[in-house]
Design a protein around this ligand. Structure first.
Ligand SMILES: Nc1ncnc2c1ncn2[C@@H]1O[C@H](COP(=O)(O)OP(=O)(O)OP(=O)(O)O)[C@@H](O)[C@H]1O
Ligand SMILES: [Mg+2]
Length: 400
C-alpha cells in the first residue's frame, strides 16, 4: 500500500477536478487565463489517475522544453520517495511507477513520433498552441480504444481548433468545457492582474488573462481601414531595411494619419534599393524620413542621407525589443481609436492580418512578430513612418 499526497487545489481547481472525477465526460476542454494553475492542476490529475489504478498516461506540450520541464518536476517530486518511480528514461521522457502505471511526455513539434501509441489518459497542455494536425492525425487516435479521459487545457489563441472543440460542450455528450480567468486563482493578488491590464493592449489582456476567444488572427489590427489616400500637407516617411530574404520597405503617412504609400524591394544591390527609395521619397513633400538602423543599417543610412541631403531630414531609428514594442503599440492603439488608415495594398493587408505576438506571463513581456514563414517588414515600416508622424505631431497614445 502506498500513500502519495498530491497538491491542495484552490476552490476553482477543485471544481474542475470534481467534474473530471465524478462526471462521465471523456473530453475536457479547459480554457483558462494565465497563471491560474492549469499545468499544476493537470499534473496532479494525471498523478491521481496513475496511483488510482494501473494505466498508461501521456502528457503532450507544444515544444520539447515544456514537456521536459514537467517531466523534471515529476521526477523531482518523488526524488525523496524511494520506490515510487521504479524506472525512468530521460531520453524518452518516460517513467514507470511502482504499480505498473506509465507516464510519458511528448512534444507536439514532431507529433509523428506519437503515432501508434495507445493511452488510457491524455493531457495536452497549451493545446491552442499545438498544431491542429497533431490532434486530428495522431493524438485523437491514441485514446480512441482504451482512452478514458482527455484534458485539452490552454489559454486561447484566437478562434482556432481549441475554440472549436470548446464549442462542442452541450451538443456532444462526450465533451465538457470550462472557462475561467486569471482572477479565478485566489492565490494571485488581483491587483497584479489589474497591473497587467494597464500595460498590455486590450485584446492581449482579454485573451491572456480573461481567456476570451478574441476574433481570429488580425486581432492586433482588427477593424482596420485600408484605402487610397491623398498626400495632403506635409508627409512623413519610414524605412525598414531588409536583410537576406527580407524586404526593404518605404512607407509614407500624410499630415492627418493616413498612409498614402507603401512599396517594397528585395534581392537587389543596396545602391539600387537606395536609389529607388530616394526617387519615391522625392515624389512627396516629405518633412522627415525615419530610417531603421542597426549594424548594417548604418551604412545604408549614410547612403540615404547623402541621396536626400537638401531634400528632407533623415533620422535614424534604432530598433530594440523595447523600441519595437513601443512603436507597434502606438499603431495598435491608433487603429483601435480609428485614428489611422492603411494604404490599400494586398500584401500589407495580409501582413497586418497575420501580425501576432508572444506573451511570457512570468516576465509579463510581449514580443511582437510575424508567425514563422511570414513577413513583417511592411508592418514595421508602417510603424516607423507612423512614429515619424507622431513625433512631429507631438502626439502619444497610452494603452488605456
Ligand atoms: N493550488 C495551488 N497551490 C499552490 N500553488 C499553486 C496552486 N495553483 C497554482 N499555484 C501556483 O501558481 C503558479 C502558476 O501555476 P501554473 O504554472 O500551473 O499555472 P498555469 O495556469 O499553467 O500558468 P501559464 O498560463 O503560465 O502556463 C505556480 O507558481 C504554481 O505553483
Ligand atoms: Mg501552464
Amino acid at each position: 500500500m502506498i500513500s502519495v499526497t498530491l497538491y491542495n487545489p484552490h476552490p476553482n481547481q477543485k471544481k474542475i477536478h470534481d467534474s473530471i472525477n465524478l462526471e462521465p465526460y471523456k473530453y475536457y476542454v479547459i480554457n483558462i487565463g494565465r497563471q491560474f494553475g492549469k499545468s499544476l492542476l493537470a499534473t496532479n490529475q494525471m498523478l491521481y489517475w496513475i496511483f488510482k489504478s494501473k494505466c498508461d498516461c501521456a502528457w503532450v506540450s507544444p515544444v520539447f522544453n515544456q514537456a521536459n520541464k514537467v517531466y523534471e518536476q515529476v521526477v523531482r517530486a518523488f526524488a525523496n520517495s524511494d520506490g515510487i518511480i521504479v524506472k525512468r528514461d530521460s531520453q524518452k521522457l518516460k517513467m514507470t511507477f511502482c504499480n505498473g502505471s506509465t507516464l510519458q511526455f511528448f512534444s507536439a513539434e514532431r507529433y509523428d513520433n506519437i503515432r501508434g501509441f495507445t493511452f488510457d489518459y491524455l493531457v495536452c497542455d497549451e493545446f491552442a498552441f499545438i498544431d491542429e494536425k497533431a490532434w486530428t492525425e495522431v493524438l485523437r487516435a491514441t485514446i480512441l480504444v482504451k482512452g478514458k479521459k482527455v484534458l485539452l487545457i490552454s489559454t486561447p489563441k484566437g478562434k482556432n481548433h481549441f475554440y472549436r472543440l470548446h464549442q462542442l460542450s452541450g451538443t456532444n455528450e462526450q465533451y465538457k468545457s470550462f472557462t475561467m480567468t486569471s482572477y479565478d486563482n485566489p492565490m494571485i493578488n488581483p491587483k497584479e492582474i489589474d497591473d497587467a491590464r494597464f500595460t498590455l493592449p486590450e485584446m492581449i489582456f482579454k485573451q491572456e488573462y480573461l481567456a476570451e476567444f478574441v476574433d481570429g488572427s488580425a486581432m492586433l489590427f482588427n477593424n482596420r481601414t485600408m484605402k487610397i489616400s491623398e498626400p495632403k500637407g506635409k508627409c512623413y516617411a519610414g524605412i525598414d531595411l531588409g536583410r537576406a530574404d527580407d524586404y526593404s520597405v518605404l512607407s509614407i503617412f500624410n499630415d492627418i494619419g493616413e498612409q498614402v504609400y507603401i512599396e517594397r524591394w528585395r534581392h537587389s544591390e543596396w545602391s539600387t534599393i537606395v536609389k529607388a527609395i530616394s526617387e519615391n521619397i522625392r515624389r512627396f513633400d516629405i518633412t522627415t524620413t525615419l530610417v531603421e538602423v542597426n549594424s548594417i543599417g548604418d551604412v545604408i543610412f549614410e547612403l540615404l542621407e547623402k541621396e536626400l541631403r537638401g531634400y528632407c531630414v533623415v533620422e535614424p531609428f534604432t530598433t530594440t525589443s523595447q523600441s519595437k514594442k513601443e512603436i507597434v503599440e502606438q499603431l495598435i492603439v491608433a487603429n483601435q481609436n480609428k485614428e489611422v488608415t492603411f494604404h490599400q495594398s494586398e500584401w500589407l493587408d495580409q501582413e497586418l492580418e497575420m501580425f501576432s505576438y508572444e506573451y511570457n506571463p512570468k516576465s509579463r513581456q510581449v514580443r511582437y512578430t510575424a508567425p514563422t514563414g511570414f513577413h513583417d517588414d511592411g508592418v514595421m515600416a508602417t510603424c516607423i513612418s507612423f512614429e515619424c508622424y507622431l513625433k512631429h505631431k507631438g502626439a502619444r497614445y497610452t494603452l488605456r
